[in-house]
Design a protein around this ligand. Structure first.
Ligand SMILES: Cc1cc2nc3c(=O)[nH]c(=O)nc-3n(C[C@H](O)[C@H](O)[C@H](O)COP(=O)(O)OP(=O)(O)OC[C@H]3O[C@@H](n4cnc5c(N)ncnc54)[C@H](O)[C@@H]3O)c2cc1C
Length: 483
């Protein structure tokens, strides 16, 4: 392995000096691969979510020869499709005081000062480009009456910087990435490899030079060689009994990379999302998220009396405890996720929880409906309300939602340097699979931003720095390392 240890610490390889210019200076210092040589290099991208889909499309657009793998039968079913609430960007369209610096500051503070600041600053810098890229692809972001892109607020921020497409932002962003990806498939630059589960990374002389997959249709084991490997395989929340992640979001790829020597960072930095629909039965394979965007207008409360079994609308205002508004008046219901989750768990543990199990708090839209009108509330959150009604048989227009915290996102992941390279040369990790940007707590709407930033704007530059020193096609599946 050739990663750098500086003063006993694993070096991230980011340049010193003012944080505002680090990425620009670093990009200039990165080695380049000549445009005519790019087609000689093969890159394996595992994952077709926002991280992998964006990376595969962008690397192919640059001219590299890309193979893109996923578990699902189509790249469009990667778990990014489930993302609901939105994507952050420091565009400052509402003119409410946002800036690259403020997005950087909020993200670092929201992550309890545990994220890598160079990466976060780069993320904030690239955030505006991400929105431009997605708009150019035709992503139908919500717009104001006059046509400008609309914003809403997410937790841990006092500005509105979240771009959204109703409650289906992930799906729409993924369709954008997918259209770019399919263009490259049609151009013969990306080979799509669906229904493959990566089981191992193949190392040749300590470098990642291929993968072993299970073909999920035939059951056969398959070998694939390449000049570099990128893992964009998502998070590992499914290590918990139930989470908001689908069962396909398994942690095999990151775990196997770790077993092969890639360092794993902050494995216990796990996000518990405050607003999930509580467990409904014994045969559930996952829990359903209710987007954080609902906390823009929904008010969280419990009865002031323990084990109060009156219907919520029969409990008068002065007998309710709006505990987030009471404890955190400046952020109110939009405190960061870790704060909201801890508060809800604590209040339920003290016996104030509602519902048959006592493991739930109310998320109430009555005030928003009387202030904005049902039609406006429906426009903003209609599909989420419908999802809630289908699962619980209760209408949030008539009675408050019952919600409870659940495992949702993993800030920890494969350790990467500033180039998104793991401690195994040639093996890169993107999106939720890596550890770098969110510290001990991710702010809402920042995962989509990070996946697309890594895929569209970081790896296309940094992978060349590795490949420039490699002889293209130097390894084939005939090598002993492939078994
Ligand atoms: C319900 C829900 C709502 C969310 N809402 C938001 C939101 O509003 N805003 C926000 O910013 N974030 C949100 N998030 C988080 C965000 O969606 C994810 O962090 C992000 O989409 C992850 O993208 P990714 O590309 O890293 O991984 P994923 O989208 O999870 O994709 C992983 C890919 O890797 C493939 N893969 C995995 N393992 C293997 C293997 N062994 N072999 C082959 N292929 C493999 C999968 O098939 C898939 O294609 C939400 C998450 C959930 C669960």
């Amino acid at each position: 392995m050739d990663f750098d240890i500086v003063d006993g610490t694993l070096s991230d390889g980011a340049p010193d000096g003012p944080i505002e210019t680090r990425w620009d200076r670093h990009r200039f210092d990165l080695k380049l691969v000549n445009p005519a040589n790019k087609r000689k290099y093969k890159i394996i991208v595992v994952g077709t979510g926002l991280g992998g889909g964006a990376a595969a499309a962008s690397l192919a657009e640059l001219g590299y020869d890309v193979m893109n793998f996923c578990i699902q039968d189509t790249p469009r079913r990667a778990h990014s499709v489930a993302a609901q609430g939105g994507i952050n960007a420091a565009k400052n369209y509402p003119n409410d005081g946002d800036s690259v610096w403020r997005l950087f500051y909020d993200t670092v503070k929201g992550g309890d000062f545990r994220s890598r600041e160079s990466n976060v600053y780069r993320l904030a810098q690239c955030s505006a480009n991400i929105i431009d890229q997605c708009v150019a692809q035709g992503v139908p972001f919500a717009r104001e009456y006059g046509g400008t892109l609309a914003n809403r607020s997410f937790g841990g921020a006092q500005v509105s910087r979240t771009f959204y497409a109703r409650g289906q932002t992930g799906q729409q962003l993924l369709l954008g990435a997918y259209s770019s990806l399919m263009r490259q498939v049609a151009a013969g630059k990306v080979s799509m490899m669906p229904r493959r589960e990566m089981l191992d990374v193949v190392l040749v002389d300590g470098h990642a030079k291929g993968i072993i997959c299970r073909n999920l249709v035939t059951g056969e084991l398959e070998r694939y060689a390449a000049d570099a490997v990128c893992l964009a395989t998502g998070g590992y929340s499914t290590v918990y009994f139930l989470s908001t992640n689908a069962v396909n979001s398994n942690a095999t790829a990151a775990w196997r990379a770790h077993k092969r020597g890639a360092f794993f960072a902050n494995p216990s930095f796990m996000q518990i999302h405050p607003t999930c629909i509580p467990l409904q039965g014994s045969s559930q394979s996952k829990l359903t998220l209710m987007s954080e965007s609902l906390r823009n207008d929904g008010r969280i409360w419990v009865p002031q009396k323990k084990k109060d079994d009156r219907r919520p609308k029969d409990i008068p205002e002065d007998e309710r405890d709006y505990f987030l508004e009471r404890r955190y008046p400046s952020f109110g219901n939009l405190v960061p996720r870790d704060v909201a989750s801890r508060a809800a768990k604590q209040i339920c543990d003290e016996g104030f929880g509602v519902g048959s199990t006592g493991l739930a708090v109310y998320l109430d839209f009555a005030e928003a409906i009387s202030r904005l009108g049902q039609e406006n509330v429906e426009q903003k959150y209609g599909n989420l309300f419908e999802m809630y009604r289908e699962i619980t048989d209760e209408s949030p227009y008539e009675t408050p939602m019952r919600i409870y915290p659940a495992p949702h996102y993993t800030m920890g992941g494969l350790w990467v340097d500033y180039n998104l390279q793991t401690t195994i040369p040639g093996l890169h990790a993107l999106g939720e699979a890596n550890f770098s940007d969110h510290g001990a707590n991710r702010l809402g709407a920042s995962a989509l931003m990070q996946g697309l930033c890594d895929g569209y704007f970081v790896i296309p530059y940094t992978v060349g720095n590795y490949l420039a020193d490699q002889t293209p096609g130097s390894v084939s599946t005939e090598d002993d390392a492939f078994g």
